[in-house]
Design a protein around this ligand. Structure first.
Ligand code: ADP
Ligand code: ASP
Ligand code: MG
Length: 464
């Protein structure tokens, strides 16, 4: 059995959907379970429209919903020949669009848009898309069933990026999907969405369909999890920004997790977790080029290959430094910093402390900076008054550039080569960190320099 996840571009227009159907058809012997995203761009539109709704821009809200309606209608008309089946899908879609409009109206009336409402709104994308894929598959003679993942994926109530309750989820996935698979019906499961125990819709975070794919694949004990996307595999750098990026044939789970954590958008960072636990290989494949072998992500790193595998960058970050001569030798400062940030649900992307202990830096998403700094200020208020801590300094608009590869462990000179490449490109390094795992070196640079730094490092390690 195999689990196949199809991303937004892959299900985003009529020719792509045709390709997806033919990919599924050619792997029927493997008893595929399908997980799919919203059509490309739909989630963004749904969320942007929510902002318009709260501003009571009702004409624009209606226009956007009409455009979404039209886009799905065109796909249904083009790809479903059986009239009854086509009408049934169009009818189901139409009920969903009515419901969506009602939600937008409610948001406008109340002038209130919570993260909880945003999750409910975002969930429509995957539901519309997966209903459509199941109907098209059935129309092509492949028995298929739409599955709303909210019936399977149980989460906590951390809206926007909910945590999965695996005990409940794994059991539901198995008991609901196995009978379909055994009856040779292809389940088409919505990525990205889940539900709390009291029935509220949640999402797993942007790009979370990859994670759903791996949750489903692992729960079912699939042979492999295939993530179908719009590039040939995981590449040495983001192909949109770096000249000469090439496909990596094989990487380890840890490398994949590290790369994606630091911005390689091709796979969601949490995707590797369920797969690692069950030792299920993940394959990244291209719907535009299905015969390409893609990238295999598994336990083993391909050590015969390059030492440095990948250079990534992640933007829109802030550097927060807690400084003070009085901090030297005072135990517990770092612990207090992390507790304060954890209380505010702020994700610390990187930490760096100079050996003098006079300064601790954390890098966090810029959107979280106001609440983070406020909480740190109140945590250290007494220490600031007593001059143990001098100041909490902030630098917005920074990026982390990360160099990733298992082979870096114990290899001298990697850091040196990285920094001289960056220096030659005339990029100023604001802070650095190397994880104890030696799986990556990360540097903080000003955001406008990030691309230049990535390209320089990519060139220096001959990744092209
Ligand atoms: P999907 O809709 O299939 O989930 P995404 O847009 O989320 O696809 O991810 C695929 C995109 O990730 C690629 O088109 C590419 O531009 C981008 N990307 C960023 N970094 C990398 C990388 N290191 N390797 C491959 N693709 C990358
Ligand atoms: N549709 C969701 C998003 O755009 C989830 C996904 O595509 O993985 O974030
Ligand atoms: Mg994605």
């Amino acid at each position: 059995m195999i689990t196949m996840k199809f991303g937004g571009t892959s299900v985003g227009d009529i020719p792509r959907l045709q390709e997806v159907i033919s990919i599924i058809q050619s792997h029927l012997a493997k008893q595929p379970v399908v997980v799919a995203s919203a059509m490309g761009g739909v989630t963004d539109t749904l969320l942007e429209t929510a902002q318009l709704a709260v501003q009571r821009e009702s004409d624009q809200v209606e226009n956007n919903v009409d455009a979404l309606r039209e886009r799905h209608l065109q796909a249904a008309n083009a790809l479903i020949r059986n009239e009854d089946r086509r009408k049934e899908l169009i009818h189901s879609h139409s009920l969903l669009f009515d419901e969506l409009l009602n939600i937008y109206n409610g948001v406008g009336l109340l002038r209130e848009l919570s993260i909880r409402s945003l999750d409910a709104i975002a969930s429509f994308g995957e539901i519309l898309s997966c209903m459509q894929i199941a109907a098209i598959l059935s129309d092509s003679g492949v028995p298929a069933q739409f599955v709303d993942a909210r019936m399977l994926v149980r989460t906590d109530a951390h809206f926007g990026e909910a945590a999965v309750d695996f005990a409940v989820t794994n059991e539901s996935i198995r008991s609901f999907l196995m009978p379909l698979v055994n009856a040779n019906v292809v389940p088409v499961v919505t990525g990205f969405i889940g539900r709390t125990h009291d029935g509220l819709t949640t999402t797993l975070g942007r790009s979370g369909s990859d994670y759903t794919g791996s949750i489903v694949g692992a729960a079912l004990g699939s042979e492999e999890i295939w993530i179908w996307t719009d590039v040939d595999g995981v590449m040495t750098a983001d192909p949109r920004h770096v000249k000469g990026a090439t496909v990596l044939p094989q990487i380890s789970y840890r490398e994949a997790a590290e790369m994606s954590y630091f911005g390689a958008k091709v796979i969601h960072p949490k995707t590797m977790l369920p797969a690692i636990e069950n030792s299920i290989p993940i394959r990244i494949k291209n719907t535009f080029n299905p015969s390409h072998p893609g990238t295999l992500i598994s336990r083993a790193a391909n050590s015969t290959e390059r030492v440095v595998k990948n250079v990534t960058s992640i933007d829109h970050l802030s550097l927060v430094a807690i400084e003070g001569n009085g901090m030297v030798g005072v135990p517990g400062i770092s612990a207090r910093i992390f507790s304060a940030l954890a209380r505010m649900h702020v994700n610390v992307m990187m930490i760096s402390q100079a050996s003098s202990e006079h300064n601790v830096c954390v890098v966090i998403p810029q959107k979280d900076r106001p609440k983070a700094v406020q909480e740190l200020q109140s945590e250290f208020e007494a220490d600031i008054a007593r001059k143990i801590v001098d100041a909490i300094k902030v630098q917005d608009g920074v990026s982390i550039v990360a160099v990733v590869g298992e082979g870096m462990r114990g290899m001298p000179g990697i850091a040196g080569k990285t920094f001289s490449a960056v220096a030659q490109a005339n990029v100023n390094v604001v802070a650095i960190a190397q994880g104890a795992s030696e799986l990556n070196i990360s540097l903080v640079v000003e955001q406008p320099d990030a691309r230049k730094a990535v390209q320089a490092i990519h060139d220096a390690f001959h990744l092209a």
